[in-house]
Design a protein around this ligand. Structure first.
Ligand code: ZN
Length: 509
Protein backbone atom coordinates (compact mmCIF):
# COMPACT_ATOMS: atom_id res chain seq x y z
CA UNK A 1 0.00 0.00 0.00
CA UNK A 2 1.32 3.44 -0.90
CA UNK A 3 2.03 5.52 2.22
CA UNK A 4 -0.60 8.01 3.30
CA UNK A 5 -3.27 7.35 0.71
CA UNK A 6 -6.39 9.07 1.97
CA UNK A 7 -10.10 9.28 1.29
CA UNK A 8 -12.20 12.20 2.47
CA UNK A 9 -15.94 11.54 2.94
CA UNK A 10 -17.66 14.87 3.46
CA UNK A 11 -21.02 15.88 4.89
CA UNK A 12 -22.65 12.48 5.24
CA UNK A 13 -24.84 11.10 8.00
CA UNK A 14 -22.55 8.73 9.88
CA UNK A 15 -24.01 5.86 11.90
CA UNK A 16 -21.94 5.62 15.08
CA UNK A 17 -22.34 2.82 17.62
CA UNK A 18 -22.26 3.75 21.29
CA UNK A 19 -21.07 1.50 24.12
CA UNK A 20 -24.48 -0.15 24.44
CA UNK A 21 -24.65 -0.89 20.71
CA UNK A 22 -27.20 1.83 20.07
CA UNK A 23 -26.76 3.88 16.90
CA UNK A 24 -26.30 7.63 16.94
CA UNK A 25 -26.57 9.19 13.49
CA UNK A 26 -24.37 12.32 13.25
CA UNK A 27 -23.70 14.74 10.42
CA UNK A 28 -19.93 14.55 10.01
CA UNK A 29 -16.89 14.29 7.78
CA UNK A 30 -14.79 11.12 7.82
CA UNK A 31 -11.12 10.95 6.93
CA UNK A 32 -9.57 7.62 5.99
CA UNK A 33 -5.80 7.37 5.98
CA UNK A 34 -4.35 4.20 4.49
CA UNK A 35 -6.60 1.42 5.73
CA UNK A 36 -7.88 3.09 8.91
CA UNK A 37 -10.56 5.56 9.92
CA UNK A 38 -8.32 8.43 11.05
CA UNK A 39 -10.87 11.06 12.03
CA UNK A 40 -14.61 11.68 12.39
CA UNK A 41 -15.56 15.31 13.03
CA UNK A 42 -18.10 17.97 12.02
CA UNK A 43 -15.58 19.64 9.74
CA UNK A 44 -12.25 18.20 8.64
CA UNK A 45 -9.54 19.80 6.48
CA UNK A 46 -8.35 16.87 4.39
CA UNK A 47 -4.87 16.42 2.89
CA UNK A 48 -4.73 18.09 -0.53
CA UNK A 49 -4.22 14.78 -2.34
CA UNK A 50 -7.13 12.99 -0.63
CA UNK A 51 -9.75 11.33 -2.83
CA UNK A 52 -12.87 13.34 -2.09
CA UNK A 53 -16.36 11.80 -2.08
CA UNK A 54 -19.20 14.21 -1.39
CA UNK A 55 -21.59 12.30 0.88
CA UNK A 56 -24.37 14.88 1.03
CA UNK A 57 -27.66 12.96 1.04
CA UNK A 58 -25.86 9.76 1.92
CA UNK A 59 -25.67 7.42 4.94
CA UNK A 60 -22.31 6.06 6.07
CA UNK A 61 -22.65 2.71 7.81
CA UNK A 62 -20.26 -0.06 8.83
CA UNK A 63 -19.75 -2.77 6.22
CA UNK A 64 -21.60 -6.02 6.85
CA UNK A 65 -19.81 -8.95 8.46
CA UNK A 66 -21.13 -12.20 6.98
CA UNK A 67 -20.05 -15.02 9.29
CA UNK A 68 -20.89 -18.09 7.18
CA UNK A 69 -20.62 -18.40 3.42
CA UNK A 70 -19.43 -20.87 0.79
CA UNK A 71 -18.12 -18.26 -1.61
CA UNK A 72 -17.26 -20.59 -4.51
CA UNK A 73 -20.75 -21.63 -5.58
CA UNK A 74 -21.65 -18.89 -8.09
CA UNK A 75 -22.08 -21.19 -11.12
CA UNK A 76 -24.69 -23.19 -9.17
CA UNK A 77 -27.04 -20.23 -8.77
CA UNK A 78 -30.61 -20.91 -9.78
CA UNK A 79 -30.40 -24.70 -9.32
CA UNK A 80 -31.58 -24.90 -5.74
CA UNK A 81 -34.63 -22.64 -5.55
CA UNK A 82 -36.92 -25.55 -4.65
CA UNK A 83 -34.42 -27.91 -3.02
CA UNK A 84 -34.69 -29.50 0.38
CA UNK A 85 -31.43 -30.23 2.26
CA UNK A 86 -30.42 -33.54 0.72
CA UNK A 87 -31.17 -32.34 -2.82
CA UNK A 88 -29.03 -29.26 -2.26
CA UNK A 89 -26.18 -31.46 -1.06
CA UNK A 90 -26.50 -33.79 -4.04
CA UNK A 91 -26.73 -31.08 -6.68
CA UNK A 92 -24.37 -28.69 -4.91
CA UNK A 93 -21.24 -29.33 -2.90
CA UNK A 94 -21.22 -33.11 -3.25
CA UNK A 95 -22.38 -34.38 -6.55
CA UNK A 96 -21.74 -31.45 -8.82
CA UNK A 97 -18.36 -30.70 -7.46
CA UNK A 98 -16.90 -34.18 -7.39
CA UNK A 99 -17.16 -35.50 -10.87
CA UNK A 100 -15.50 -36.13 -14.13
CA UNK A 101 -12.97 -33.37 -14.08
CA UNK A 102 -9.54 -34.77 -13.39
CA UNK A 103 -7.63 -32.07 -11.58
CA UNK A 104 -4.71 -31.98 -13.94
CA UNK A 105 -2.85 -29.44 -11.88
CA UNK A 106 -3.03 -31.53 -8.75
CA UNK A 107 0.53 -32.76 -8.63
CA UNK A 108 0.07 -36.49 -8.94
CA UNK A 109 -3.11 -36.87 -6.91
CA UNK A 110 -6.10 -38.48 -8.56
CA UNK A 111 -8.79 -36.18 -7.29
CA UNK A 112 -11.88 -35.80 -9.44
CA UNK A 113 -13.88 -32.67 -9.23
CA UNK A 114 -16.63 -31.19 -11.31
CA UNK A 115 -15.14 -27.73 -10.88
CA UNK A 116 -11.65 -27.26 -12.28
CA UNK A 117 -9.38 -24.94 -10.30
CA UNK A 118 -10.18 -22.29 -12.92
CA UNK A 119 -13.95 -22.78 -12.49
CA UNK A 120 -13.32 -22.43 -8.78
CA UNK A 121 -11.49 -19.14 -9.32
CA UNK A 122 -14.41 -17.59 -11.18
CA UNK A 123 -17.03 -19.03 -8.82
CA UNK A 124 -15.15 -17.62 -5.84
CA UNK A 125 -14.65 -14.26 -7.55
CA UNK A 126 -18.39 -14.10 -8.29
CA UNK A 127 -19.23 -14.83 -4.64
CA UNK A 128 -16.80 -12.20 -3.35
CA UNK A 129 -18.03 -9.53 -5.74
CA UNK A 130 -21.72 -10.19 -5.07
CA UNK A 131 -20.84 -9.66 -1.41
CA UNK A 132 -18.92 -6.41 -2.02
CA UNK A 133 -21.64 -5.13 -4.34
CA UNK A 134 -24.23 -5.55 -1.59
CA UNK A 135 -22.22 -3.87 1.17
CA UNK A 136 -20.52 -6.86 2.77
CA UNK A 137 -16.94 -6.03 3.63
CA UNK A 138 -15.96 -9.13 5.65
CA UNK A 139 -16.87 -12.77 5.01
CA UNK A 140 -16.12 -15.94 6.92
CA UNK A 141 -15.65 -18.36 4.06
CA UNK A 142 -16.27 -22.01 4.98
CA UNK A 143 -13.98 -22.91 2.10
CA UNK A 144 -15.04 -26.48 1.36
CA UNK A 145 -13.88 -26.34 -2.24
CA UNK A 146 -10.58 -28.11 -1.56
CA UNK A 147 -10.85 -31.01 -3.92
CA UNK A 148 -7.14 -30.49 -4.47
CA UNK A 149 -4.52 -28.06 -3.23
CA UNK A 150 -4.90 -26.21 -6.53
CA UNK A 151 -8.64 -25.74 -6.04
CA UNK A 152 -8.02 -24.06 -2.70
CA UNK A 153 -5.11 -21.96 -3.95
CA UNK A 154 -7.20 -20.82 -6.87
CA UNK A 155 -10.12 -19.79 -4.67
CA UNK A 156 -7.82 -18.05 -2.22
CA UNK A 157 -6.21 -16.02 -4.98
CA UNK A 158 -9.68 -14.92 -6.15
CA UNK A 159 -10.59 -13.79 -2.63
CA UNK A 160 -7.38 -11.79 -2.35
CA UNK A 161 -7.84 -10.16 -5.77
CA UNK A 162 -11.51 -9.31 -5.14
CA UNK A 163 -10.59 -6.84 -2.42
CA UNK A 164 -12.93 -8.24 0.23
CA UNK A 165 -11.84 -8.90 3.82
CA UNK A 166 -12.15 -12.57 4.68
CA UNK A 167 -11.37 -15.42 6.97
CA UNK A 168 -10.55 -18.15 4.47
CA UNK A 169 -11.44 -21.19 6.59
CA UNK A 170 -9.48 -24.05 5.12
CA UNK A 171 -10.89 -27.59 5.31
CA UNK A 172 -8.04 -29.82 6.48
CA UNK A 173 -10.07 -33.04 6.07
CA UNK A 174 -11.76 -32.83 2.68
CA UNK A 175 -14.65 -35.11 1.78
CA UNK A 176 -13.78 -38.12 -0.34
CA UNK A 177 -13.81 -37.46 -4.09
CA UNK A 178 -16.03 -39.31 -6.54
CA UNK A 179 -14.53 -42.22 -8.41
CA UNK A 180 -17.48 -43.04 -10.66
CA UNK A 181 -20.47 -41.16 -12.06
CA UNK A 182 -22.83 -43.96 -13.01
CA UNK A 183 -23.32 -45.50 -10.57
CA UNK A 184 -22.14 -42.61 -8.45
CA UNK A 185 -19.46 -43.64 -5.95
CA UNK A 186 -17.08 -42.00 -3.60
CA UNK A 187 -13.52 -43.16 -3.17
CA UNK A 188 -11.30 -42.53 -0.20
CA UNK A 189 -9.33 -39.39 0.25
CA UNK A 190 -6.56 -39.48 2.78
CA UNK A 191 -5.57 -36.03 1.58
CA UNK A 192 -2.16 -35.77 3.17
CA UNK A 193 -1.70 -32.82 0.84
CA UNK A 194 -4.36 -30.94 2.81
CA UNK A 195 -2.41 -31.18 6.07
CA UNK A 196 0.71 -29.82 4.41
CA UNK A 197 -1.19 -27.09 2.55
CA UNK A 198 -2.73 -25.96 5.83
CA UNK A 199 0.73 -25.67 7.32
CA UNK A 200 2.05 -23.82 4.29
CA UNK A 201 -0.84 -21.34 4.20
CA UNK A 202 -0.66 -20.79 7.97
CA UNK A 203 3.02 -19.89 7.65
CA UNK A 204 2.28 -17.41 4.83
CA UNK A 205 -0.87 -15.75 6.16
CA UNK A 206 -2.28 -13.13 6.23
CA UNK A 207 -2.75 -12.43 2.54
CA UNK A 208 -3.71 -9.27 0.63
CA UNK A 209 -2.04 -6.70 2.91
CA UNK A 210 -3.53 -8.39 5.97
CA UNK A 211 -7.10 -8.48 4.63
CA UNK A 212 -7.35 -12.23 4.22
CA UNK A 213 -6.63 -14.38 7.27
CA UNK A 214 -6.53 -18.12 7.49
CA UNK A 215 -9.06 -20.01 9.58
CA UNK A 216 -10.05 -23.67 9.76
CA UNK A 217 -13.40 -25.23 8.80
CA UNK A 218 -13.95 -28.64 10.32
CA UNK A 219 -16.97 -30.97 10.24
CA UNK A 220 -15.26 -34.38 10.39
CA UNK A 221 -16.16 -35.26 13.98
CA UNK A 222 -16.56 -38.93 13.03
CA UNK A 223 -12.77 -39.12 13.24
CA UNK A 224 -11.08 -40.37 16.44
CA UNK A 225 -10.98 -37.90 19.31
CA UNK A 226 -7.15 -37.92 19.46
CA UNK A 227 -6.97 -36.94 15.79
CA UNK A 228 -9.44 -34.07 16.24
CA UNK A 229 -7.72 -32.75 19.36
CA UNK A 230 -4.27 -32.85 17.83
CA UNK A 231 -5.51 -31.16 14.65
CA UNK A 232 -7.03 -28.22 16.59
CA UNK A 233 -4.01 -27.94 18.86
CA UNK A 234 -1.61 -27.97 15.92
CA UNK A 235 -3.68 -25.38 14.05
CA UNK A 236 -3.85 -23.15 17.13
CA UNK A 237 -0.10 -23.53 17.41
CA UNK A 238 0.22 -22.34 13.81
CA UNK A 239 -1.52 -19.10 14.73
CA UNK A 240 -5.03 -19.94 13.45
CA UNK A 241 -7.51 -17.71 15.28
CA UNK A 242 -10.89 -18.94 13.98
CA UNK A 243 -12.41 -22.42 13.73
CA UNK A 244 -15.81 -22.88 12.13
CA UNK A 245 -18.13 -25.90 12.12
CA UNK A 246 -21.59 -26.71 10.75
CA UNK A 247 -23.79 -27.51 13.74
CA UNK A 248 -27.48 -28.46 13.51
CA UNK A 249 -29.58 -30.72 15.73
CA UNK A 250 -31.81 -32.56 13.28
CA UNK A 251 -33.26 -36.02 12.66
CA UNK A 252 -31.21 -36.26 9.47
CA UNK A 253 -27.94 -36.17 11.35
CA UNK A 254 -28.86 -38.21 14.42
CA UNK A 255 -28.64 -37.19 18.08
CA UNK A 256 -24.90 -36.39 18.25
CA UNK A 257 -23.99 -32.83 19.15
CA UNK A 258 -20.84 -31.23 17.77
CA UNK A 259 -20.96 -28.75 20.67
CA UNK A 260 -20.75 -31.58 23.20
CA UNK A 261 -17.99 -33.27 21.20
CA UNK A 262 -15.96 -30.06 21.05
CA UNK A 263 -16.52 -29.50 24.75
CA UNK A 264 -15.61 -33.05 25.72
CA UNK A 265 -12.40 -32.66 23.69
CA UNK A 266 -11.58 -29.47 25.61
CA UNK A 267 -11.75 -27.51 22.37
CA UNK A 268 -14.80 -25.30 22.90
CA UNK A 269 -13.32 -21.80 23.26
CA UNK A 270 -13.80 -18.24 22.06
CA UNK A 271 -12.24 -19.02 18.67
CA UNK A 272 -15.09 -21.43 17.81
CA UNK A 273 -17.85 -20.31 15.42
CA UNK A 274 -20.81 -22.68 14.95
CA UNK A 275 -22.91 -22.24 11.83
CA UNK A 276 -26.71 -22.52 12.00
CA UNK A 277 -27.33 -23.96 15.49
CA UNK A 278 -30.94 -24.74 14.54
CA UNK A 279 -32.71 -26.64 17.31
CA UNK A 280 -29.69 -26.26 19.61
CA UNK A 281 -30.45 -28.00 22.88
CA UNK A 282 -30.63 -25.60 25.87
CA UNK A 283 -27.58 -27.23 27.45
CA UNK A 284 -25.63 -26.80 24.20
CA UNK A 285 -26.60 -23.13 24.09
CA UNK A 286 -25.34 -22.81 27.67
CA UNK A 287 -22.02 -24.44 26.74
CA UNK A 288 -21.61 -22.15 23.72
CA UNK A 289 -22.22 -19.01 25.79
CA UNK A 290 -20.21 -20.12 28.82
CA UNK A 291 -17.16 -20.93 26.71
CA UNK A 292 -17.20 -17.70 24.71
CA UNK A 293 -18.01 -19.40 21.39
CA UNK A 294 -20.35 -17.83 18.81
CA UNK A 295 -22.92 -18.83 16.24
CA UNK A 296 -23.74 -17.80 12.69
CA UNK A 297 -27.39 -17.98 11.73
CA UNK A 298 -28.24 -18.12 8.00
CA UNK A 299 -32.01 -17.69 7.87
CA UNK A 300 -32.50 -17.88 4.09
CA UNK A 301 -31.04 -21.34 3.60
CA UNK A 302 -32.13 -22.76 6.96
CA UNK A 303 -35.81 -21.92 6.42
CA UNK A 304 -35.76 -23.33 2.91
CA UNK A 305 -33.98 -26.65 3.30
CA UNK A 306 -35.79 -27.74 6.43
CA UNK A 307 -33.15 -27.32 9.12
CA UNK A 308 -35.61 -25.60 11.46
CA UNK A 309 -36.27 -22.05 12.57
CA UNK A 310 -33.29 -19.66 12.63
CA UNK A 311 -32.02 -18.96 16.15
CA UNK A 312 -30.37 -15.54 15.98
CA UNK A 313 -33.10 -14.02 18.18
CA UNK A 314 -33.46 -17.00 20.53
CA UNK A 315 -33.00 -15.51 24.00
CA UNK A 316 -30.36 -18.04 25.08
CA UNK A 317 -28.30 -17.54 21.89
CA UNK A 318 -28.91 -13.94 20.82
CA UNK A 319 -25.91 -12.56 22.73
CA UNK A 320 -23.47 -14.77 20.81
CA UNK A 321 -25.27 -14.69 17.46
CA UNK A 322 -24.34 -13.21 14.10
CA UNK A 323 -25.69 -13.58 10.55
CA UNK A 324 -24.43 -15.26 7.42
CA UNK A 325 -25.45 -16.08 3.86
CA UNK A 326 -24.43 -19.76 3.64
CA UNK A 327 -25.16 -20.43 -0.05
CA UNK A 328 -25.49 -17.63 -2.56
CA UNK A 329 -26.30 -20.46 -4.99
CA UNK A 330 -29.70 -20.93 -3.36
CA UNK A 331 -30.40 -17.82 -1.34
CA UNK A 332 -29.95 -14.10 -1.68
CA UNK A 333 -26.26 -13.21 -1.34
CA UNK A 334 -26.86 -9.90 0.39
CA UNK A 335 -26.98 -9.30 4.11
CA UNK A 336 -29.83 -6.80 3.70
CA UNK A 337 -32.07 -9.72 2.75
CA UNK A 338 -30.76 -11.92 5.57
CA UNK A 339 -31.37 -9.23 8.20
CA UNK A 340 -34.91 -8.80 6.98
CA UNK A 341 -35.67 -12.52 6.87
CA UNK A 342 -34.16 -12.96 10.33
CA UNK A 343 -36.10 -10.19 12.03
CA UNK A 344 -39.47 -10.89 10.39
CA UNK A 345 -39.21 -14.63 10.95
CA UNK A 346 -38.38 -14.05 14.62
CA UNK A 347 -41.35 -11.70 14.93
CA UNK A 348 -43.60 -14.30 13.33
CA UNK A 349 -42.45 -16.85 15.89
CA UNK A 350 -42.92 -14.36 18.73
CA UNK A 351 -46.42 -13.34 17.60
CA UNK A 352 -47.80 -16.78 16.81
CA UNK A 353 -48.52 -17.99 20.38
CA UNK A 354 -50.57 -14.83 20.95
CA UNK A 355 -52.50 -15.44 17.74
CA UNK A 356 -53.14 -19.06 18.66
CA UNK A 357 -54.36 -18.03 22.11
CA UNK A 358 -56.83 -15.60 20.55
CA UNK A 359 -54.84 -12.63 21.87
CA UNK A 360 -52.61 -9.90 20.51
CA UNK A 361 -49.11 -8.94 21.75
CA UNK A 362 -48.95 -5.44 23.23
CA UNK A 363 -45.59 -4.74 21.58
CA UNK A 364 -42.75 -6.26 19.61
CA UNK A 365 -39.64 -7.05 21.59
CA UNK A 366 -37.52 -7.73 18.50
CA UNK A 367 -36.05 -4.63 16.87
CA UNK A 368 -34.57 -3.54 13.57
CA UNK A 369 -31.51 -2.32 15.48
CA UNK A 370 -30.91 -5.84 16.79
CA UNK A 371 -30.94 -7.14 13.22
CA UNK A 372 -28.53 -4.39 12.12
CA UNK A 373 -26.15 -5.26 14.96
CA UNK A 374 -26.27 -8.99 14.16
CA UNK A 375 -25.03 -8.12 10.66
CA UNK A 376 -22.34 -5.64 11.77
CA UNK A 377 -20.78 -5.31 15.24
CA UNK A 378 -21.93 -8.71 16.52
CA UNK A 379 -20.56 -10.37 13.39
CA UNK A 380 -17.23 -8.70 14.11
CA UNK A 381 -17.26 -9.95 17.71
CA UNK A 382 -18.21 -13.46 16.60
CA UNK A 383 -14.90 -13.70 14.74
CA UNK A 384 -12.75 -11.99 17.35
CA UNK A 385 -12.52 -8.74 15.37
CA UNK A 386 -14.81 -6.52 17.44
CA UNK A 387 -12.01 -4.04 18.05
CA UNK A 388 -11.11 -3.79 14.37
CA UNK A 389 -14.32 -3.83 12.29
CA UNK A 390 -18.13 -3.91 12.62
CA UNK A 391 -18.64 -0.24 13.49
CA UNK A 392 -17.44 3.17 12.34
CA UNK A 393 -14.98 4.58 14.86
CA UNK A 394 -11.65 6.38 14.82
CA UNK A 395 -8.81 3.86 14.75
CA UNK A 396 -10.88 1.03 13.29
CA UNK A 397 -10.25 -0.44 9.86
CA UNK A 398 -11.90 1.52 7.07
CA UNK A 399 -14.73 -0.83 6.01
CA UNK A 400 -17.56 1.55 5.18
CA UNK A 401 -20.75 1.35 3.11
CA UNK A 402 -22.28 4.53 1.70
CA UNK A 403 -26.03 4.35 1.00
CA UNK A 404 -28.01 6.68 -1.21
CA UNK A 405 -30.46 8.09 1.33
CA UNK A 406 -32.48 9.84 -1.40
CA UNK A 407 -33.35 6.79 -3.53
CA UNK A 408 -37.01 5.84 -4.02
CA UNK A 409 -36.73 3.19 -1.31
CA UNK A 410 -34.70 5.21 1.21
CA UNK A 411 -36.17 8.72 0.96
CA UNK A 412 -37.89 9.93 4.15
CA UNK A 413 -37.07 6.68 5.97
CA UNK A 414 -33.36 7.49 6.08
CA UNK A 415 -34.14 10.92 7.56
CA UNK A 416 -36.47 9.55 10.21
CA UNK A 417 -34.46 6.48 11.28
CA UNK A 418 -31.41 5.45 9.23
CA UNK A 419 -31.20 2.00 10.82
CA UNK A 420 -34.86 1.27 10.05
CA UNK A 421 -34.27 2.50 6.49
CA UNK A 422 -31.35 0.10 5.99
CA UNK A 423 -32.93 -2.92 7.68
CA UNK A 424 -36.45 -2.53 6.29
CA UNK A 425 -36.16 -0.58 3.05
CA UNK A 426 -32.70 -0.73 1.47
CA UNK A 427 -31.81 -2.92 -1.45
CA UNK A 428 -28.47 -3.54 -3.17
CA UNK A 429 -29.32 -0.68 -5.53
CA UNK A 430 -29.01 1.75 -2.62
CA UNK A 431 -25.46 0.62 -1.85
CA UNK A 432 -23.70 3.45 -3.65
CA UNK A 433 -20.09 3.02 -2.52
CA UNK A 434 -18.18 0.32 -0.66
CA UNK A 435 -14.80 0.87 0.94
CA UNK A 436 -12.83 -2.14 2.21
CA UNK A 437 -9.55 -1.70 4.06
CA UNK A 438 -9.33 1.89 2.85
CA UNK A 439 -9.85 1.04 -0.82
CA UNK A 440 -12.89 1.91 -2.90
CA UNK A 441 -14.33 -1.33 -4.33
CA UNK A 442 -17.69 0.01 -5.49
CA UNK A 443 -18.43 3.58 -6.44
CA UNK A 444 -21.48 5.35 -7.81
CA UNK A 445 -23.42 2.09 -7.71
CA UNK A 446 -20.87 0.20 -9.82
CA UNK A 447 -18.19 -2.32 -8.90
CA UNK A 448 -14.68 -1.03 -9.51
CA UNK A 449 -12.57 -3.12 -11.95
CA UNK A 450 -10.62 -5.93 -10.25
CA UNK A 451 -6.84 -6.13 -10.57
CA UNK A 452 -6.12 -9.76 -11.49
CA UNK A 453 -2.36 -9.52 -11.21
CA UNK A 454 -0.85 -12.51 -9.39
CA UNK A 455 -3.98 -14.63 -9.69
CA UNK A 456 -3.78 -17.98 -11.44
CA UNK A 457 -6.65 -17.48 -13.88
CA UNK A 458 -6.37 -14.02 -15.37
CA UNK A 459 -4.22 -10.92 -15.82
CA UNK A 460 -4.70 -7.19 -15.86
CA UNK A 461 -7.81 -5.30 -14.79
CA UNK A 462 -11.22 -6.80 -15.37
CA UNK A 463 -14.59 -5.09 -15.28
CA UNK A 464 -17.55 -6.95 -13.80
CA UNK A 465 -19.05 -7.66 -17.26
CA UNK A 466 -15.86 -9.44 -18.30
CA UNK A 467 -15.92 -11.50 -15.11
CA UNK A 468 -19.60 -12.28 -15.75
CA UNK A 469 -18.70 -13.61 -19.21
CA UNK A 470 -16.13 -15.95 -17.65
CA UNK A 471 -18.72 -17.18 -15.16
CA UNK A 472 -21.24 -17.79 -17.86
CA UNK A 473 -18.75 -19.86 -19.93
CA UNK A 474 -17.79 -21.84 -16.85
CA UNK A 475 -21.45 -22.56 -16.04
CA UNK A 476 -22.08 -23.91 -19.54
CA UNK A 477 -19.11 -26.27 -19.26
CA UNK A 478 -20.31 -27.55 -15.89
CA UNK A 479 -23.82 -28.02 -17.24
CA UNK A 480 -22.57 -30.51 -19.83
CA UNK A 481 -21.02 -32.71 -17.14
CA UNK A 482 -24.16 -32.58 -15.02
CA UNK A 483 -26.10 -34.39 -17.70
CA UNK A 484 -23.95 -37.51 -17.32
CA UNK A 485 -24.57 -38.07 -13.61
CA UNK A 486 -26.69 -40.84 -12.14
CA UNK A 487 -28.68 -38.70 -9.70
CA UNK A 488 -30.25 -41.55 -7.74
CA UNK A 489 -26.96 -43.13 -6.70
CA UNK A 490 -25.50 -39.65 -6.16
CA UNK A 491 -28.24 -39.00 -3.66
CA UNK A 492 -27.51 -42.22 -1.81
CA UNK A 493 -23.76 -41.59 -1.83
CA UNK A 494 -24.17 -38.04 -0.51
CA UNK A 495 -26.45 -39.30 2.26
CA UNK A 496 -23.82 -41.87 3.20
CA UNK A 497 -20.94 -39.41 3.26
CA UNK A 498 -23.00 -36.99 5.36
CA UNK A 499 -23.99 -39.77 7.79
CA UNK A 500 -27.60 -38.89 7.03
CA UNK A 501 -30.22 -41.19 8.50
CA UNK A 502 -32.38 -41.86 5.43
CA UNK A 503 -35.09 -43.53 7.51
CA UNK A 504 -36.01 -40.08 8.73
CA UNK A 505 -36.70 -38.76 5.22
CA UNK A 506 -40.45 -39.11 4.71
CA UNK A 507 -43.15 -37.90 2.31
CA UNK A 508 -45.71 -35.21 3.00
CA UNK A 509 -48.78 -36.61 4.77
ZN1 ZN B 1 -22.69 -23.99 5.19
Amino acid sequence: MAPNSSIFLSNGTVLLHDRLDNINPVKADVLIIDNKIAKIAPSISPPSDATHLDCTGKLLAPGFVDTHHHLWQTQLKGRHADDIFIDYMVKGPFELSKKTYQAKFSSGSSVYSFFSPEDMFWGQMGGCLEAVDSGTTTVVDHAHMNYSAEHSSSALSATVASGIRSYFCYVPVPHAPATSLAPFEYGTNKAEWAASQLEDLAARQPFGDGRVRLGVAFDAFYLPKEFVVSLYERARGMGIKLFTTHYVQHALFGPRSFVKILHSCGLLKDDILLSHANNALPEDAELIVANGAHISSTPGTELQVGLGYPVSFRPDLHDVASLGIDCHSSSSGDMLAQMRIAVQNARGLFNQPFVEAGKAPRSLDITALQAFNLATIKGARAIGMGDEIGSIAEGKLADIVIYDAESPSMICGAEHDPVAAIVMHASVRDVDTVIVDGKIRKQGGKLVAVEMESTMAAEGKMEWRQIAAKLSQSRSRLEETLKTVDMESARKAAAQVMYVDEQNIVDHQ
